[in-house]
Design a protein around this ligand. Sequence first.
Ligand SMILES: Cc1cc2nc3c(=O)[nH]c(=O)nc-3n(C[C@H](O)[C@H](O)[C@H](O)COP(=O)(O)OP(=O)(O)OC[C@H]3O[C@@H](n4cnc5c(N)ncnc54)[C@H](O)[C@@H]3O)c2cc1C
Length: 384
Amino acid sequence: MMHFTADQIALRDMVRNMVDREVRPIAQKVDDDDAIPENIFRLFGDLGLVQIGLPEEYGGPGGNLTSVCIVREEIARVSQACALVAARNWFSIIGVLMNFGSEEQRRRFFPEIAAGHTLSAAAITEPEAGSDPASMKTRAVKDGDSYVLNGHKAWVSWGTLSKYVTIFAKTGDVERRGIDNISCFIVPADTPGLEFATPERKLGMRGAPSGQMYLDNVRVPAENLIGEEGKGFLAAMRILDLSRPTVGAMAVGIAQGATDVALDFARERQQFGRAISDFQAVQFMLADMQMHTDAARLVVYDCAARIDAGNLEGIAAKSSMSKAFPTDVAMKVTTDAVQILGSAGCSKDYPVERMFRDAKVNQIWEGTNQIQRVVIAREMLKKR
Ligand SMILES: Cc1cc2nc3c(=O)[nH]c(=O)nc-3n(C[C@H](O)[C@H](O)[C@H](O)COP(=O)(O)OP(=O)(O)OC[C@H]3O[C@@H](n4cnc5c(N)ncnc54)[C@H](O)[C@@H]3O)c2cc1C
């Protein structure tokens, strides 16, 4: 259906086979244990999936946003938590350094990322600053040739497993609510004064740890400031514009995975002496599930193709659509998948129960779907 290149089709098929072999057998255990086995990280790093998108000139496997979306969609058909291991450094290191870092910083950090066994996290959210990051309180005060960071971040995903955390903090006039006084720093996670709390016990995306992070006089060399002081928020928004389709791609994966399970179940399950797939009410649900999943896939890959082609006109709105629409579709599709499975859909013996919980989280993180609509409407009203 999609117009992928031969290389992208080969990548998709390689990942699909790998997922059947390595991820499917452990997908439910990841959710039950709230942990991903160590060998998955190693395997994904060896296959170039953790570091996908890092250009070959820096020793990486290369690949564009479309490739990242393909990989994440394929893995999320079976496990969203494992899909998040792929392209783990796409936003927090590769995105920030390719778009806003200096050549010296790229040469400093990329060789280690290219090897595929280093994870990173991004810390924007705070307990009192979610949709409204301008109200963040974490501050970075210049002291000689370093910055001293103090504050409290929330919902930092992968922080406990990461070597680096990309931290957004107020600089300059730190008391002022604003977006032009937020800066971005890459901070080694073992820097004295940086501590992580026990991860949250989450509804979905279990296996991908998220939790609070405390900064108590964390001293960071000034050379770890990314881009200009005060331009960190703009950098974050720009990079999110360039990475939201990857969340949409995972939602498409979840929706397709749930549709496939529901279809197989409907063919097998007998009631009133016939397969439930014989009932038109069930057929129409299945048809809607596939129709909406296909539409969501088009939105994702259209946005990714625009970004890959450097066609960035109105991209904030397109990017918001590529996150909000597929994640809303995945919520509806997984709800219907649970319905088609009936009581079996409420059991952890079938993956749709987990997919339903994962789908919900995708409507919230990386900017809630209400905030995505704010962005889309703003762009529409600007045009008028
Ligand atoms: C699983 C998970 C992983 C996460 N990982 C990370 C991470 O790695 N790094 C990180 O920095 N953050 C992370 N987050 C945080 C996430 O980005 C925020 O949760 C999200 O931006 C929403 O913020 P909030 O939860 O504080 O909700 P709030 O901003 O308090 O919003 C609450 C409700 O109000 C609505 N609302 C708020 N403002 C408006 C408005 N202007 N118009 C309409 N509705 C509005 C929201 O849509 C939502 O429904 C993660 C969150 C989750 C759940």
